[in-house]
Ligand binder design. Structure first.
Ligand code: TXA
Ligand code: MG
Length: 336
């Protein structure tokens, strides 16, 4: 059975946190909100506990997970040889949506790193996450709290849909602020390499430490096994529409309506009178897209549409992270 506790994200109840921390200490699984998405947490120093994460999610064993810490002193329990650059980044962006890939401390449960000599670490923002880790007194391994391959959860009910009955506890702190996963930056190479774009943008990283690389080749992406797998996908077929006028979009919608119900997520004004069409209008703004995208995908899935059409946004600043997720979710890209 999965226990669900509702917590105030600004001021979580101490007894509730204590209860969740005890589950972690005893080798159980607790889903909790971070500023990005909900994570599925286990004691990072307990191999059996970490293996439960992989089982609950159906996650491939070759996809390593992120370890979460709540203060900078915890860093050396999970990583070694932390460079000056890494320290600067931690100081500047933690707590926050930046994950650093560092050399792994061999005390950490081995399956976290999926056989790599590195470990991904971040200090999340938000009282529930930080209080939980501090109370548990141990670094907490936590991938996104979804069934592997499905969109990351941005609410506790998304977590329950995927993992009810498979995990011990869910801490419900309401909808997450950002809505897409953290930036993953490999700082074991020079220049550091972005393995997954996120809310901490390339521009922000460049301003902080100078030159940054972005993984372009398959070879480089081997450093981030997760980016190889198809990701963030609902069950329905997702089609990404880039650079199209409202008229062109309306035509694409009509085409797809011939084979079943259609959901449209986008910023162009679309006539809503077509039968079988469900609209999710968003402002043309990366923050709004990030916040709403996964829940829109999940809701359209629940309504069993056959096609989800998503309109892209400009790939600048935070828009790059949004477009990355859209491309991974899509099985087809239309560019008019
Ligand atoms: O915002 C987030 O990052 C959320 C919250 C819960 O913190 N977590 C999250 O975890 O998105 P997950 O497991 O769904 O994604 C972790 C990503 C994967 O792409 C994985 O391959 C990569 O980080 N990763 C983990 N450890 C790595 C390592 N040692 N080297 C390279 N990439 C790594
Ligand atoms: Mg994930």
């Amino acid at each position: 059975m999965t226990v669900v506790l509702r917590l105030d994200p600004e001021d979580p109840d101490v007894d509730d946190i204590e209860q969740a921390a005890t589950v972690i200490q005893q080798g159980g699984l607790v889903a909790f909100p971070t500023e990005t998405v909900y994570g599925l947490g286990a004691d990072a120093m307990n191999e059996a506990a970490v293996q439960k994460i992989f089982e609950a999610k159906g996650r491939p064993a070759d996809n390593p997970v992120i370890v979460h810490i709540s203060n900078i002193d915890m860093l050396e329990r999970v990583a070694t040889g932390v460079s000056r650059t890494a320290k600067m980044l931690a100081e500047r962006f933690w707590p926050g949506p930046l994950t650093l890939v560092l050399k792994r401390n061999t005390n950490v449960a081995p399956s976290i790193s999926a056989g790599l000599s590195t470990i991904a670490v971040r200090m999340p923002r938000g009282r529930i996450a930080l209080d939980l880790i501090t109370r548990a007194g141990t670094p907490v391994a936590a991938p996104s709290a979804n069934i592997s391959g499905r969109p990351s959860p941005t609410t506790a009910s998304h977590v329950a849909t995927d993992l009810e009955g498979r995990i011990d506890m869910i801490l419900d702190g309401g909808a997450t602020n950002i809505g897409i996963e953290s930036t993953v930056l490999d700082v074991t190479v020079d220049p550091p390499l972005i393995l997954r774009p996120g809310w901490v943008t390339k521009e922000m990283l460049t301003e902080a430490i100078g030159k940054i690389g972005a993984a372009a080749s398959e070879e480089e992406l081997k450093h981030s096994p997760g980016t190889r797998h198809r990701h963030y996908s609902p069950r329905a077929r997702v089609v990404l529409i880039e650079h199209a006028s409202p008229m062109q979009i309306a035509r694409v919608i009509r085409q797809h309506l011939e084979s079943g119900e259609v959901g449209f997520i986008g910023h162009s004004k679309i006539d809503s009178s077509e039968e079988g069409l469900i609209l999710f209008p968003l402002r043309q703004d990366a923050a709004e897209y990030a916040k709403s995208l996964y829940s829109a995908l999940r809701e359209l899935d629940a309504r069993e549409v056959s096609t989800i059409l998503v309109e892209g946004i400009a790939e600048i600043g935070e828009g790059a992270a949004v477009m990355d997720r859209l491309r991974r979710a899509a099985s087809e890209v239309i560019s008019e």
